[in-house]
Design a binder for this molecule. Structure first.
Ligand code: AHR
Length: 639
């Protein structure tokens, strides 16, 4: 498909402002998966890597229980061993024993170093137990990469039972590649576990909280909902790797860590409580996704295009307990403090219910008899006990094919509230499928477009990909009566730690780098409406121009979105037919550039496309020139 249009291309756009159709007010949200170091080493603000000595080769072939730790023996001799007898908690079975003669240190290098800021405070906590000998205290330090000490404090430790020791350190200087050290002086051995270091300045100053700058960029998307914890991570690589929400709540030392199928580790320090709290903090509805009693179909090693184990289901005799686990999640989120699980939420610090409305069951599963039997059991029980919860089923990994067809057949048979459709396609596909949802039967289940992104050449986050997504989002608005939720995927990617591209937001330990696609998502979210106004477009070149118009009933504003992939400007005559009074000045927000522009943030070459907002005159009929390769959002105020 060529993107050339006549140099004087003109379009007529007519909006039926007096024929509003109600659409979803939750349409644009976000998809969070612990992929690309999105959680540990990313959004979760913990600075210590492998704080609980639970890393192993299951996470990554090169890793072991001491990964990210180093022994320092400049002033003494020491050794480390791994022990499992009498751990702090059975879910956290391994701990380190340090045997010393003289002064010996243990240094953690963090997730590619630690960032310290001069004057900022950092909370240290650790569990320790002196096993033998004369060890009366530990010294903890923040260090530069060069070894220069930036902060130090002493922690007295005792023999006997495990004790939790805490202290706050204040960094004396900035450092981008810092490290954390525990020094032990004496003669004997000490057991150590869950050695933790958090900046006090987390997002909203939450304890066990989130990295403030990264969380803020996510918050700035103003997402209406947040889906978590995946993606494939939700159903896991094998039955033992399924994400079980109960393993992720309570004091962090009691949580069950496990390998991350994206080839690293899940400390689950960012667990269900933290996910729900973050949703509340950013005004997004929580959309947890629980496994449908089956693991990811891509389980095990891959041979000749087939997965070694593939999809497996929990034994049927285990399903009643599993179904109860799902019901307990709803009680934990919404139940009164007098309920068993509501009491646990309250004990964690949140007596008010979280107001869960949506529950995803399954992710891109193969729609096999094994899946169907288990899904049906979960669905039936949830709807019987909590009819008000919107259950979201799954229709496989692609917008077509066997699982899509069978998933939809099951959805119709079970009369599911909603199904989760996924699709990653080249930019052209989105332009060619703008009509996709127009013909969906309105009596069928509603749609959650749970994962989508335009994959351009080299999986780059180009303006061309962002405009393809923008065009598709106009179609989502037009079909917002049945497409109730939509989220770009994935959300986060840590530089040099990527398993999947493109991502909406890139980051490293120091900074956050939003893509052009991020600004498109943000513009749609900030300019969402709850009514769609029928729009007619007359334009000579097909699939070059996508338009939608919504109204936000709170402000009364009419919001017109115009997406062009034409190489030249398009002169549009716009008619707001049937509109009542409008104010004489509107705003127009534009993002435009060359199709292969990308937001590049480097020391040598910074090239960033961001939206530009200006004022423009408004009238019931007006002209507007769409720049080449652009998204324009015109916001008209009504009287
Ligand atoms: O978004 C990345 C992955 O893509 C998700 O984990 C999975 O659901 C999909 O295949």
């Amino acid at each position: 498909m060529t993107s050339s249009t006549p140099p004087d291309a003109s379009a007529r756009i007519s909006i039926q402002a007096d024929q509003p159709k109600a659409i979803s007010s939750d349409l644009f949200g976000i998809f969070f998966e612990d992929l690309n170091y999105a959680a540990d080493g990313g959004l979760y603000a913990e600075l210590i890597q492998n704080r609980s000595f639970e890393y192993s080769s299951a996470d990554h072939p090169d890793w072991n229980f001491f990964t990210a730790w180093e022994l320092m023996q400049q002033r003494g001799s020491g050794s480390i061993t791994l022990e499992t007898e009498a751990p702090i908690h059975p879910n956290n079975p391994h701990y380190l024993v340090l045997t010393v003669e003289g002064e010996v240190g243990l240094r953690n290098t963090g997730f590619d170093g630690m960032v310290f800021k001069a004057g900022d405070s950092y909370d240290v906590s650790l569990f320790a137990r002196v096993l033998e000998g004369t060890i009366g205290e530990l010294r903890v330090r923040l260090e530069r990469r060069t070894g220069e000490v930036l902060a130090e404090a002493v922690l007295p430790v005792q023999t006997g039972e495990w004790g939790k020791y805490t202290v706050t350190l204040q960094a004396s200087a900035d450092e981008r590649h810092g490290r954390f050290v525990v020094l032990v002086n004496g003669s004997g051995s000490v057991a150590l576990d869950v050695i933790s270091l958090f900046p006090q300045k987390t997002f909203h100053y939450r304890p066990n909280g989130l990295r403030a700058d990264l969380a803020q960029v996510i918050a700035d998307l103003k997402p209406k909902f947040m889906r978590f914890p995946g993606g494939c991570l939700a159903h896991g690589d094998g039955l033992d790797n399924m994400y079980r929400w109960k393993d992720t709540i309570g004091p962090v030392e009691t949580r069950r860590e496990q390998f991350n199928l994206w080839n690293y580790h899940q400390s689950v320090g960012l667990g269900y409580y933290e996910y729900f709290q973050f949703c509340e903090d950013i005004g997004a509805k929580p959309v947890p996704v629980v496994p449908a009693g089956v693991c990811c179909p891509n389980t095990g090693a891959r041979f000749n295009g087939l997965w070694e184990q593939g999809q497996q289901g929990l034994p049927l005799e285990a399903m009643p307990d599993y179904v109860q686990e799902v019901l307990d999640l709803i009680e934990w989120a919404n139940g009164p403090v007098t309920s068993t699980w509501g009491a646990k939420r309250a004990a964690a610090g949140h007596p008010e219910p979280f107001g869960l409305e949506y529950l995803g069951v399954g992710n891109e599963d193969r729609i096999t008899p094994v899946f169907k039997e288990r899904f049906r059991l979960i669905h039936e029980s949830v709807k019987a006990r909590y009819p008000e919860i919107t259950v979201i089923g799954t229709v496989g990994p692609r917008p077509d094919g066997e699982d899509y067809d069978e998933g939809w057949r099951v959805a119709r048979e079970l009369k599911l509230d909603m199904v989760d459709e996924h699709g990653y396609k080249p930019p052209d596909w989105y332009w060619e499928n703008l009509q996709r949802f127009d013909d969906y039967d309105r009596a069928d289940s509603a749609v959650y477009l749970g994962e989508y992104a335009a994959h351009d050449i080299g999986r780059r986050s180009t303006l061309r990909s962002a405009l393809a997504e923008a065009a598709y989002m106009t179609a989502l608005e037009r079909n917002g009566d049945i497409v109730r939720l939509a989220s770009y995927a994935p959300l986060l990617g840590k530089q040099h730690r990527l398993q999947w591209e493109p991502d909406l937001i890139y980051f490293d330990n120091v900074a956050v780098y939003p893509t052009i696609n991020y600004y498109v998502q943000q513009l749609f979210s900030l300019n969402a409406g709850d009514h769609y106004l029928p729009t007619t477009v007359r334009f000579e070149t097909d699939r070059m121009l996508a338009v939608s118009c919504v109204q936000d009933s709170r402000s009364g504003d009419l919001i017109l979105k115009l997406v062009s992939r034409s190489d030249g400007p398009i002169h549009a005559q716009i008619d707001l037919a049937g509109v009542g009074g409008i104010k004489p000045t509107a705003t127009v927000t534009v993002i435009s550039g060359e199709p292969f522009d990308e937001n590049l943030y480097s020391f040598w070459h910074t090239h960033i496309l961001t939206p530009v907002q200006t004022a423009m005159p408004a009238a019931p009929q007006f002209d507007y020139v769409l720049p080449a390769h652009s998204l324009s959002i015109i916001r008209v105020k009504t009287m």
